[in-house]
Design a protein around this ligand. Structure first.
Ligand SMILES: [Cu+2]
Length: 158
């Protein structure tokens, strides 16, 4: 149960002190959800030698996060990009960082933000996994294993 005790009020503490006492059990038992990354996957290019793209959902925890890089162990180099439709033409631009407010989720998904993965071995075959490393401002890193699918495959569900 996450209900604070009420003894602080009963003993007639001043309102300010009571409020502080009441806040303590809430903070202790709220167990804020930590940051997590899921629905991670990589789609290989239709034409070998072209870049692949990585997608994922990033759920910020109790604090805002700023993602500054996403790298993959199958790629020499990567960039975060945002796709946009401008007068019917899809273009994409590099985004150096993405800030995720506390307790919100941002999605990297086809047609939107993605991590572009350059320099993949043209002989690399789909069906395996690659480890993605997510780097945040301040140097925190998280990793996740991403299934690697072929260009024409549907996005994995999870
Ligand atoms: Cu791109």
């Amino acid at each position: 149960m996450c209900r604070p005790g009420r003894h602080g009020l009963r003993h007639g503490f001043r309102a300010l002190i009571s409020a502080q006492l009441l806040a303590l059990p809430l903070a202790a038992c709220g167990e804020p959800e930590p940051m997590r990354i899921d629905h991670v996957w990589v789609r290989l290019p239709a034409v070998p030698g072209r870049p692949a793209a990585a997608y994922f959902d990033l759920h910020a925890g109790p604090a805002p996060q700023t993602l500054v890089a996403v790298s993959a162990d199958i790629a020499l180099r990567s960039e975060m990009h945002e796709s946009k439709s401008e007068s019917g033409v899809m273009t994409m631009a590099a985004i150096p960082r993405v800030t995720i407010p506390a307790k919100t989720t941002i999605r990297f998904e086809p047609g939107g933000r993605h991590a572009m993965l350059f320099g993949i071995d043209p002989g690399y075959k789909p069906g395996g996994k690659t480890m993605l490393t997510f780097t945040f401002a301040g140097g925190t890193r998280m990793t996740a294993n991403a299934p690697v699918i072929a260009a024409g495959d549907p996005a994995p569900k999870d």
